[in-house]
Design a protein around this ligand. Sequence first.
Ligand code: 4NP
Length: 154
Amino acid sequence: MSQPALLFVCLGNICRSPLAEAAFRRRAAEAGLACTADSAGTGNWHVGSPPDPRAVAEAARHGIDITPYRGRQVAKADFTRFTHILALDTQNLADLTRLTPPGATASLALLLDHVPGRYGQPVADPYWGEAEDFMRTWEEVDEAARALVTLLKR
Ligand code: 4NP
């Protein structure tokens, strides 16, 4: 089977999905899982922008530099380039379902579907929140990252 390629998708691609990408990259590297990862937004407001400073600070607290990340919008090609597309919330999942082109091969799911007891739940958007909300985002995406790595190592 081909190597897993994961795409994490939120609304702006500056808060939640960059953190999900960073956590997953870290956990995959720790586990020696050969894979690729990226993130994108369903919206286009932050295309070309670095992550939100509060997301940058939260990643830095975990020793990860996400300042080189740049926002991009989901593209039709993503549905064949990636094996798994993980939506951070239910609106993102609905938008991705609507955007899915004919011939798509990626599996589409909510990120927290992979965390026991959290099936169907969203990762809350911290954009209008405080630093603590970004800490909570990290905890949620990191738990999902660990669960995904376990699943993909099987
Ligand atoms: P994200 O957060 O989807 O986690 O990146 C947001 C970032 C920007 C906006 C909304 C949510 N915005 O409205 O610009």
